[in-house]
Design a protein around this ligand. Structure first.
Ligand code: SF4
Length: 346
């Protein structure tokens, strides 16, 4: 089994049954070998610095009804909010003063009538902080909208494909959303010159390990600049709210596989990892992740952006807790890298 790890590190690709073997193996020594190799490759690529992204949760209003998501449109228990332009700019100013050089505007998916408002906001951020990267995570839109935002100054776009498996995709999403369209959006984003992030949920209801292997293969083919992988966490007000959460171990194993497959990828150790295990964020980093996204949203809105239950939102998950994050990283021999943290492959 170690030879599979060596082959993946050397050739950046395996056969489907070999990925399956890595996902299912039980020998703790080989699992540690996989994780250790990925860690070594991440350190070769990025040193021991961890890039930070300032996450600003722009709005919890969404036109979609994904079955796993706490802010889906049919969830009537959510108090909806949208930050004003001034609130977003205040978050950016606060983040910039602190040292952040990447802002991530994340929110539910809006109709196209709000696209110009977003473009104006991007332009404002670009003018005020020209040295910062602007990342968007605002869902599926027409190519023209992505082009509008790119022209306004956005650099990166995160759009998890969630699962490449068509049947699973249809079980997790309403009928009007298709994997084909989502993949088309990812292609458009790449064509438009964005640094693009794709990724999946691990342990989603009905997900098989074979479906995860499909995702690994898709990611290797598509070669996104960023790979967002987080364990599924149920949200009690959703139709999938009674399913068990995904596994931190399996997610860390996937970080390691993706690090060996695409060494230069930017891989966040996600908030969902920190939510499921107190040492989840560190375990992600030790498995090859190299990005953390602290939450810069106004404190009063954070609990309203509940994509899943018990989301980690205190301590190092807020900018006020950055010292805690520094200490946490130092405890495993890492430090914060305050640069923009662009993808080494543009
Ligand atoms: S996953 Fe995204 S698109 Fe789907 S309901 Fe939630 S915020 Fe909206």
């Amino acid at each position: 089994m170690r030879s599979l790890v060596d082959t993946l590190r050397e050739r950046h690709e395996l056969a489907p049954n070999q990925y399956l073997a890595l996902l299912t193996m039980h020998d703790p020594q080989v699992v540690e070998y996989l994780i250790g190799q990925a860690r070594e490759v991440a350190q070769q690529q990025f040193g021991r610095g961890i890039f930070l992204r300032a996450l600003i949760e722009l709005s919890n209003v969404c036109r979609n009804d994904c079955l796993y998501c706490g802010i889906r449109r049919s969830n009537r228990h959510v108090a909806r909010y949208t930050l004003t332009c001034d609130q977003v700019l205040d978050c950016c100013e606060q983040g910039y003063q602190f040292g952040f050089r990447t802002f991530v505007l994340q929110g539910g998916e809006w109709g196209e009538e709000r696209s110009q408002w977003i473009a104006d906001l991007i332009r404002e951020i670009r003018q005020n902080w020209p040295d910062c990267a602007i990342t968007l995570s605002l869902g599926e839109h027409p190519r023209e909208t992505y082009a509008l935002w790119r022209d306004a100054g956005a650099d990166r776009y995160l759009l998890r494909h969630e699962t490449h498996n068509e049947r699973l995709y249809s079980l997790l999403h309403p009928r009007e959303l298709t994997i084909q369209h989502r993949l088309q959006c990812l292609e458009w984003l790449k064509e438009l010159g964005y640094q693009v992030g794709a990724g999946i949920m691990v342990g989603a209801p009905f997900q098989s390990l074979k479906a995860i292997v499909e995702d690994i293969q898709y990611l290797i083919d598509f070669k996104p600049h960023m790979i967002g992988i987080g364990p599924f966490i149920p949200q009690s007000d959703t139709p999938l709210g009674r399913f068990p959460a995904g596994s931190v171990d399996l997610t860390a194993r996937l970080y390691a596989i993706m690090r060996l497959a695409i060494p230069h990828a930017l891989i966040p150790s996600t908030t969902a990892m920190a939510t499921l295990a107190s040492d989840g964020r560190c375990r992600g980093i030790l498995a090859g992740a190299n990005v953390v996204m602290p939450n810069l949203s106004p404190v009063e809105n954070r609990s309203q952006y509940a994509l899943y239950d018990n989301k980690a939102a205190l301590g190092a998950e807020s900018v006020q807790g950055i010292k805690l994050l520094e200490d946490e990283l130092a405890s495993i021999g890492y430090h914060i890298d305050w640069s923009r943290g662009d993808s080494p492959r543009q």
